[in-house]
Design a binder for this molecule. Structure first.
Ligand code: DGY
Length: 349
């Protein structure tokens, strides 16, 4: 036996404490460097961490752009997101450079749909307002006309986008006695849970509109003042997808004017929102949550586990189990394909 040792592939991980056993298992096989800061790394700090790595495990809120891919260098083979959404990734540049990018479908749809259903109930029944009043000592007497909300049974739920989370919400809504309809720009199909309707019709006829599109150039601001104006004044808007899809100023205006009954947001632009006086956090008919759609112990562990499995597969020379839609599962340059991949991501609902 000679004294030379084989260098283990290097893997960078963008957070210090991630749930589950995925990162621990990576550390038994690879040379893992995890970010140790208490705050998430800045782009420059992440660039420093990733230098010379073959694999990178990041969260959906980390930017994976050309500068980060440059900083990693030519050995980078796989970037595994512990998230379903990938709006922070420059997909075309990663494909040009032959880097596999993966995400975590299948493992978080039910958990996130639970939060969407909770937001529907909280916003429509005005439950947080009741809780706030109770905590302030304002529950003077039982009154037949106090804390009145709107029913969900018999109401129509309109889903914008019809992927895994939207379908999981459709299943829950059926159990609550809601009628379900959806809009998807290309897949114009009804199924047992829901019927397809045109976008404007969905906005006009739904009592609850729930947003389930990824954030792309096409979907940015797709729910703005004109769309909110089409909705019923008794309607509720819910967003568990990405903040930029809803124009927040237009939403606040609609709520203040009484043009919309209520809204529930698990996602916002400019996350994290830390100013307690932020108007978005203080609007009475708006329920806001700190991006907790997938936040259960089991689901977050499953997301990290799937990200780790993607890294293991690629570094072992196997196809990644869950590459981004329309992208390669094995590393290697795909000359000429980048514009096609970028277009595909941009139009994905
Ligand atoms: C997702 O999976 O996209 C969630 O928003 C967490 O990043």
């Amino acid at each position: 036996m000679s004294g030379t040792s084989v260098r283990r592939p290097r893997v960078a991980v963008s957070r210090t404490a991630l749930p589950g056993g995925g990162v621990g298992r990576l550390a038994t096989r690879f040379d893992v460097t995890a970010w140790t800061g208490t705050q998430p790394p800045t782009p420059a700090e992440l660039a420093g961490l990733v230098q010379g790595c073959e694999g990178l495990l990041v969260l959906g809120s980390d930017r994976v752009d050309a500068a980060l891919l440059d900083a990693a260098g030519p050995d980078l083979r796989v970037v595994a997101l512990a998230s379903m959404g990938y709006d922070g990734v420059d997909v075309a540049t990663a494909a040009e450079r032959g880097v596999v990018v993966t995400h975590t479908p299948h493992v978080l749809a039910d958990t996130t749909a639970d939060v969407a259903m909770a937001l529907i109930l909280m916003a429509r029944r005005r439950l947080p307002a009741g809780m706030d009043a109770l905590r302030r000592g304002e529950w003077g007497a039982f009154r037949m006309d106090a804390f009145l909300g709107l029913d969900v049974q018999g109401a129509t739920l309109g889903l914008i986008g019809y992927g895994q989370i939207a379908r999981a919400l459709a299943r829950r809504a059926a159990g609550f006695g809601m009628r379900v309809q959806h809009h998807h720009p290309r897949r114009r199909e009804d199924d047992q849970l829901s019927r397809w309707v045109p976008f404007d019709e969905l906005l006009r006829t739904s009592d609850v509109v729930s947003v389930h599109t990824p954030l792309t150039e096409e979907t940015k601001g797709m729910i703005g003042a004109p769309e909110l104006a089409l909705m019923k004044t008794t309607a509720t808007l819910v967003n568990t997808g990405r903040g930029g899809v809803v124009d927040e100023e237009a939403l606040l205006t609609a709520l203040r004017r009484g043009d919309l009954h209520s809204a529930g947001l698990d996602v916002m632009t400019g996350e994290p929102r830390t100013d307690p006086s932020d108007p978005l956090l203080n609007e009475p008919h708006l329920v806001v949550l700190p991006h907790v759609g997938s936040a259960t112990e089991a689901t977050r562990a499953a997301m990290v586990e799937l990200a780790a499995r993607n890294i293991e597969a690629v570094l072992d020379g196997h196809p990644a189990p869950t590459p981004l839609p329309g992208t390669p599962s094995l590393p290697g340059r795909l000359r000429g394909n980048a514009p096609m991949l970028a277009g595909r991501q941009a139009s994905r609902p």
